[in-house]
Design a protein around this ligand. Sequence first.
Ligand code: UT7
Length: 329
Amino acid sequence: MFGKIIGTGSCVPEHRVSNQELSGFLETNDAWIRERTGIGSRRVVDGERPEDLALAAAKNALSAARISAEELDMIVVSTLSSNHMLPSVSCLVQRGLGAKRAMCFDLNAACTGFLAAYNTMQAYINLGIVKTGLVVGAEGLSRITDWSDRSSCILFGDGAGAAVLRSDPEAEFATVMHADGEKGDALTCEFAYALEEGYPGTVLPVAPEEKKRRTLIRMNGQEVFRFAIRQVPACIQELLAQENRELDSVDWFLLHQANARIIEGAAKRLGAPIEKFPMNLAEYGNTSSASIPILLDELVRDGKIRRGQRLILAGFGGGLTWGATKVTF
Ligand code: UT7
């Protein structure tokens, strides 16, 4: 038995930063950013913490699912940008919801994180350990973004999305997940404390400039772009072949919202109509593990995704990691 999505929710910060505003302190412009990425603005935390966004998204998902927090058996949060090492964001969400029965943990698979969390929940449901679970992708990327690096900061935004799953005899599930640690240097970010002089494990003192460089997101954009444009369609095809399904049996492809050109390229390589690849990155940018559940929630709330429809979710990013998961809504 697997889980069916019975409710979705999302939350983005109020504070909106336009491309125009970025061009006030960076050598960039709205036309370049839109043309190269499809991004028009992003939301940036202004006092909120990633766990606040996670909790608000979770509350919205529970209310859409019409269940009480006490019904949750497990909460899994995917994040790479939480304020806390301890307690985990999932425990903070549990506390905020009053989900006393739920076991909790966080995981990090970068922009593939929501898929990793969703798949983990499905595994627990399939083992009979969990009946009702909450998965959340939550990020405050703006705090680890290098706002002086025009090649990366224009991409990122903050937000959270959530889904409630409940075991259901009719639910279907299938996934393919991959990683290539050999290419991990293409997208990096180190913990600041680990570079402190005197911190156990720090071999050499790190100069302040070098420290700033390493503790903010560093990305080889072209390498990540090339990887994504090749691997995303390939893993979708792998999933379809595994399931013995035709491309046109899929109603929606919800891809990680990194760059409109990656999504358009994937649609083209697959030979699927671009209309089946909804995007909201013009508004929110790349919110890493939150991008897929935010998009899912918007489409469900707009009535575009309907019961019985077949979805493929596809994530890709740091690690490098990538994967595709089938969801029958
Ligand atoms: O979720 C994590 C996954 N991350 C991604 O998916 C990111 C994938 N990569 C990308 O989306 C693209 O590589 C970027 C949007 C980051 C960059 O676009 P690009 O088409 O690969 O540009 P580029 O790096 O080849 O740079 C082209 C030019 C360079 O100038 P020169 O050397 O040709 O004179 C850059 O310095 O554009 C310049 N440039 C900019 N110009 C204006 C780079 N960033 C900017 C900018 N505004 N913000």
